[in-house]
Design a protein around this ligand. Structure first.
Ligand code: NAD
Length: 586
């Protein structure tokens, strides 16, 4: 039974529309959005095109019937169509450009004419839940690093990284959760102070020497400690190298995917940055690119000295090309620490309590803790999150669940909501980070086993399947966290409202979504995915057999490659020519 308060604040004619309405308001709430006055949710990602579009979308949702669908084109409502009750209430396409024109310079022209918007991932699909989403993902990555390299903990280990922005600020918390010590370099003093005030870091300093002293002390004592250092990443990394200090882990989360608005070149004073960006954008971009070459150069030196070095999904390596061809030898966190779990069907899932009542999320936490007590990673995360994560906007929880856990959990949650066990409906959504939802050759789909990195059919298939299956909101998007021209992805949200038939629809949507993710990897020849996929719908048998043939061909191709390499070596001793990657527009 819904509380009177929840019902009294209904804006729309049904919960499917109302849930989406609340999610849109949520991503722009002052305690969620980085800059609600410019409609920026996080990074550079906007929720909608402009304030007129925002008002029009809300009005459309208020009037939308249970058998109608609203179409949103890059953050602007463009039409309402008669569909049917199980169809999505909202479908959207954001920042999609014809491939030959998918570059930043063309995109900016369109943006200036107000014809498109940059929506990052969860900003324009209205699924952002504040810092928690990235915190949970960063926790998972660091847990995996601790397991792979340091006997299961970061205790006594130093992590050096940079960027304390919307996503980057998760880094110190995630290091602390894994028991380690972090120095995070951030060029913007206000951001460092904000992170100190909100308990994201333990210490703030302007002095690299001070930061190193505080870090060494904590490493020696084996205590968790996090330090925000005001400075430029390039200058600090080079300084640390000059001191002969080798951190255990080195990475970066500056917004390097956007050279003009996201990255600050070394040597610029705070006051000069804004002026140069506006008055001399090309010069700024050139200078940022040069700085990134030095930045990545320093990371390569750390790797040579023994640090675990990886790129954290911000396109830093790509920006250092072609000047620094060695840049791409730094692996991405996906291939190092996430791919294996994704191929087995382990993925993120987020629950957002549309009632606004935190008790709904704590009830979900309790169920997960009781149901999966042996999943130490999950238990550690939930316990920590309950103590350390402040809900931003609507209460939410982000978790990574295995394929089996997911199905058990969804089934239980459907039954709880149907029985009126929560204070209101729940929106279930996810990060865009997964096999069939993302085509991103420098991140999620880098180095796929069969070489299908740039094949973008999968996110499109994902969106088509989700719309056919009846998700509440389905989106296709371009750009994400790596920038225009570098990724195509899909978003899905389903509202669990307990109405007749809704439970089955939610089960169907989330089952199909997990299965398509696994099938994407099975088709690429990953053994764990093939094993899991063998249990799916019999119609997938054909797909599995196809996957086997792909894997066989893969083995053949490997043999061919070895033969070719041998032949290449014989050509006048010249190094085999590498096809240069397309230099980023920025
Ligand atoms: P943001 O724009 O909010 O913050 C970036 C921060 O970096 C800013 O505070 C800026 O002042 C700082 N910065 C820029 N250049 C610097 C320099 N040279 N030295 C020190 N600090 C510098 O961006 P965000 O939301 O925090 O995201 C950061 C990056 O991470 C983006 O590229 C994003 O796409 C990427 N990202 C990756 C993943 C993933 O795959 N794990 C997830 C989310 C975000």
């Amino acid at each position: 039974m819904l509380s009177a308060k929840v019902l009294a604040t209904m804006h729309c004619k049904g919960w499917q529309q109302e849930g989406i309405y609340r999610l849109l308001e949520n991503v722009l709430a002052p305690d969620v959005a980085e800059n609600p006055y410019e409609l920026i949710v996080y990074g550079r990602g906007k929720a909608v095109r402009d304030f007129d579009a925002l008002a029009a979308i809300k009005q459309s949702l208020e009037n939308l019937e249970d058998d109608e669908t609203l179409l949103v084109q890059s953050g602007k409502p463009v039409g309402v169509f008669r569909t049917h009750q199980d169809a999505p209430r909202v479908v959207m396409s954001t920042a999609m450009l014809v491939p030959n024109w998918a570059n930043w310079s063309h995109f900016r022209e369109l943006e200036q004419k107000n014809l498109t918007l940059f929506g990052q991932s969860t900003a324009s699909s209205w699924a952002y839940i504040g810092a928690q989403g990235i915190l949970q993902a960063t926790f998972e990555t660091l847990w995996e690093i601790a397991n792979t390299h340091f006997a299961g903990t970061l205790k006594g280990k130093l992590v050096l990284s940079s960027g304390l922005g919307g996503m980057g600020s998760a880094q110190p918390l995630a290091v602390e959760m894994n028991g380690g010590v972090a120095i995070i370099v951030e060029v913007d003093r206000d951001k460092v102070m904000k992170r100190l005030e909100t308990n994201f870091i333990h210490f703030a300093t302007d002095s690299a020497m001070d930061a190193l002293r505080l870090a060494n002390e904590a490493v020696a004592q084996g205590i968790a400690r996090t330090i925000g250092l005001v400075g430029n990443a390039v200058e600090v990394y080079e300084f640390v190298l000059s001191q002969g200090i080798v951190p255990d882990v080195v990475t970066d989360q500056t917004a390097a995917h956007d050279l003009l608005n996201g990255y600050v070149p070394a040597g610029l004073e705070a006051g000069e940055i804004r002026a140069m960006r506006v008055e001399h954008p090309n010069e700024y971009i050139k200078s940022a690119k040069n700085s990134i070459v030095s930045h990545v150069g320093a990371m390569l030196l750390f790797r040579r000295a023994g640090s675990v070095v990886f790129e954290y999904g911000n396109h830093l390596r790509g920006q250092a090309e072609p000047e620094l061809p060695e840049a791409m030898t730094i692996p991405s966190f996906v291939t190092l620490f996430a791919r294996d779990r994704l191929t087995a069907g382990t993925e993120s899932l987020r629950f957002i309590a549309l009632s606004g009542n935190p008790e709904d999320i704590y009830a979900i936490d309790d169920w997960l803790l009781k149901a999966f007590p042996d999943d130490t990673r999950l238990v550690t995360w939930i316990r920590y999150a309950e103590h350390r994560v402040h809900f931003q906007g609507l209460p939410a929880r982000s978790v990574w669940l295995t394929y089996d856990e997911r199905q058990l959990f969804i089934d239980a949650l459907v039954r709880v909501v149907e029985a009126g066990g929560l204070k209101g409906p729940v929106a279930i959504t996810r990060d865009h980070f997964a096999g069939a939802t993302m085509a991103s050759p420098h991140r999620e789909t880098e180095q796929m086993l069969d070489g299908s990195d740039a094949v973008a059919d999968w996110p499109i298939l994902n969106a088509l399947l989700m719309a056919s299956t009846g998700a509440s909101l389905v989106s296709v998007q371009q750009g994400g966290g790596v920038g225009i021209g570098y990724s195509i992805h899909a978003g899905t949200t389903v509202i669990l409202d307990g109405s007749p038939g809704n439970g089955n629809k939610v089960r169907r949507v989330l089952l199909n979504e997990s299965q398509l993710g696994v099938l994407r990897y099975a088709n690429a020849g990953y053994p764990k995915a093939k094993q899991t996929a063998a249990t799916f719908h019999p119609g997938n048998k054909q797909a599995n057999e196809q996957a086997d043939r792909t894997a066989d061909r893969q083995v053949d191709r490997k043999a061919d490659r070895q033969d070719n390499e041998q032949a290449d070596k014989q050509v006048d001793g010249q190094a085999a020519a590498r096809t240069p990657r397309r230099a980023a527009d920025e």
